[in-house]
Design a protein around this ligand. Sequence first.
Ligand SMILES: [Zn+2]
Length: 208
Amino acid sequence: MNIVLLGAAGSGKGTISDFLKSEYGLKHISTGEILRNNIKMKTPLGELAARYINDGNLVPDEVVINMIKEIVSGNNSGYIFDGFPRNLNQAQKLDEICKVDLVLSVEVQRDIILKRLSNRRICPKCNLTISIDDAPNGLCPKCNSQLITRDDDKPESIKKRLEIYEAGANILKDYYKNKLFVIDNSGDLKTTMNSVKNVVGGKKTYDM
Ligand SMILES: [Zn+2]
């Protein structure tokens, strides 16, 4: 079973991905990681990608999809695609190399995501990321430095990022509408995991 996982930063997508790995033995595919590995191992595709990057260009979809193809073809494991596809072209190409069984869109009410992200602080000295709820005095619990808010975590930047994410996600959600399930992660984790189990478990009995 292959699952595409959609979700904005702060949606808790990472937690759900971990759950899918441990509960269903799926393997996690992150394109960033695949790209780095190929470049590090100096594979032909890695060398090609490195040339684009060194020239200051983005690595074309075609190269990334071929890297994914090498991993999934002739392999019986199920995969979680995280952060990929990002656009319609990538989604169509992914369909050519493997069957996507389920698409989970992890969603959180906007005011909750805003609160979660705007509560995030970082320590400029030791890089610890922490919620202000866990450091009410505004000081880093590890090294006692004054915590700061990253520019990225200011409400205006968060709103803008969410809007960009949603515009892209809506296109993908429409493309995958026949296999799409929305997982509401606004409440507690247990409720979320139960809905994931219901969706994935139900799918499993029919498909595997
Ligand atoms: Zn610190």
